[in-house]
Design a protein around this ligand. Structure first.
Ligand code: NCD
Ligand code: ZN
Ligand code: ZN
Ligand code: ZN
Length: 350
C-alpha cells in the first residue's frame, strides 16, 4: 500500500444548480472521493451561472449543505459583471473566462471584455481560461500585456503545448492543465466510443497531438479531470452535449502510466496535489491522505461509478492501481468502494 496526499481537481462541473439530473454536489463529491480527490474546484457554467453575488452565494450554500469533500467555486466572467465578479475575488476559487464556444451560456467574444476582466480582477487571485488554438495564443498575449498569471484549462493540441513552452521560457506567467482523456484518447477512439459520446471540448485530437502532450510532460503543471457529466440519453441524442465524467478514472489511469514508466510518482503528486495547491493558493488539509494499492489490476466498469450518469469513455479498460481508502481531515471518507463522508462534511477552501 502507498500513501498519497489528498488530490486536488481544479476543474469539475458539479451541475448544481440547474441540471441535477446530470450530477449534483453530493454525487460529484462522492465521485471525487472515490477517485482520490479531497478537494474539487467547481466551474460556474451552471443554470443560472455563478456570475454575481446572489447566484454565487446560492451555489456555495448548496455546496456547504451537500459536499462530501472540500470545495471551491469559480465565478464566471460575463459581458457586464466586471465589478460584481471582482467583488467576489476573496470568496472564489478564481475567475473563469470562456473565450471559445463550449457547453453553457458563458462566452466572451470581444477582446475588449477580456481586457476589462484582466484589469478588474485582483492580480494575486487566479484566472482560469478556456481558450483553444489561436484564442489560447491571444490569451497568452494578454497575460503578458497585463503582467498577471493565468491558468490555461484542458490543453489538448501539439501547437498549444509548443506555444505554452515558448511563452513560459520567455517568462510569461502562465500555467496549464491537461485532462486524462486528452492523454489517453484521440480521434482514433471516436468510432469505438460512439460519435455522440465522444463529443468533448476541446475535441479529441490527432494521435500526434496526444503524443506531443506526453513528450512535453514537464510543461504541464496540472492534471485536471474536466469532469463534465451528461446523461447517456443526452450523449446518444440528436444534439449531444460535450463532456466526459472523469473524477473516478483519472488517478487509476495516471497510476497505470506510472507503472508503464511514462511519468514518475513524484510527477503525479506534483501535478495532482502540489501544483494545483500552489497555483490556486489552497490551504493544506491536515490529516488528509489517499491509500492506494499500486499493484491491484482491475477493469473500469460504469456500474461501479458514483457519478450520477455512470458512464465513462474508459469502460472496459484494464488499469493498475486501486484506491482503497481516503482520509479527509482525520475522518475516514472512502473505504473499499464505499463513500463514508456524509453530505455537508466538505469545507470551503476560501
Ligand atoms: C464542459 C461542460 O460540459 O460543462 N464540457 C466539455 O466538453 N469540456 C464545458 C467545458 O469545460 O468547456
Ligand atoms: Zn472548457
Ligand atoms: Zn470544463
Ligand atoms: Zn501538501
Amino acid at each position: 500500500m502507498i500513501s498519497l496526499p489528498g488530490l486536488i481537481d481544479v476543474h469539475v462541473h458539479t451541475r448544481e444548480p440547474g441540471a441535477v439530473h446530470k450530477e449534483d454536489w453530493d454525487t460529484a463529491t462522492a465521485a471525487a472521493l472515490a477517485g482520490g480527490f479531497a478537494t474539487v474546484l467547481a466551474m460556474p457554467n451552471t443554470q443560472p451561472p455563478a456570475t454575481d453575488r446572489t447566484t454565487f452565494e446560492r451555489t456555495l450554500a448548496l455546496a456547504r449543505q451537500k459536499a462530501r469533500c472540500d470545495f471551491g467555486l469559480f465565478v464566471g466572467a460575463g459581458p457586464d459583471n466586471v465589478n460584481a465578479a471582482a467583488g467576489l475575488a476573496d470568496r472564489a476559487a478564481g475567475l473563469k473566462m470562456y473565450l471559445d464556444a463550449t457547453y453553457g451560456p458563458l462566452r466572451l467574444d470581444d477582446m475588449s471584455l477580456w481586457m476589462d476582466h484582466f484589469a478588474g480582477w485582483p492580480k494575486n487571485r487566479p484566472i482560469a481560461i478556456h481558450a483553444e488554438g489561436r484564442t489560447l495564443a491571444a490569451a497568452i498575449l494578454m497575460a503578458d500585456l497585463f503582467k498577471r498569471p493565468i491558468h490555461l484549462c484542458h490543453v489538448s493540441r501539439k501547437e498549444e503545448i509548443l506555444i505554452i513552452k515558448k511563452a513560459k521560457a520567455a517568462g510569461i506567467p502562465i500555467t496549464c492543465e491537461v485532462c486524462p482523456h486528452h492523454l489517453f484518447l484521440c480521434s482514433d477512439d471516436i468510432g469505438r466510443i460512439g460519435s455522440g459520446r465522444a463529443e468533448v471540448r476541446p475535441r479529441l485530437a490527432a494521435p500526434t497531438d496526444r503524443d506531443a502532450l506526453w513528450d512535453h510532460l514537464s510543461v504541464i503543471d496540472v492534471i485536471a479531470t474536466d469532469h463534465a457529466p451528461h446523461t447517456l440519453g443526452e450523449k446518444d441524442g440528436a444534439d449531444p452535449p460535450p463532456g466526459f465524467p472523469g473524477l473516478e478514472t483519472a488517478l487509476p489511469l495516471m497510476l497505470t502510466a506510472v507503472k508503464d514508466n511514462r511519468l514518475t510518482m513524484d510527477d503525479l503528486i506534483a501535478k495532482m496535489h502540489h501544483n494545483p495547491r500552489r497555483i490556486f493558493g489552497l490551504p493544506e488539509q491536515p490529516d488528509t491522505w489517499v491509500e492506494v494499492d499500486p499493484v491491484a489490476e482491475w477493469e473500469i466498469r460504469p456500474s461501479d461509478l458514483h457519478t450520477r450518469t455512470a458512464w465513462t469513455p474508459f469502460a472496459g479498460w484494464r488499469v493498475r492501481g486501486r484506491i482503497r481508502r481516503v482520509v479527509l481531515r482525520g475522518q475516514e471518507a472512502f473505504l473499499d468502494g464505499a463513500v463514508l463522508s456524509p453530505p455537508g462534511a466538505g469545507r470551503s477552501v476560501r
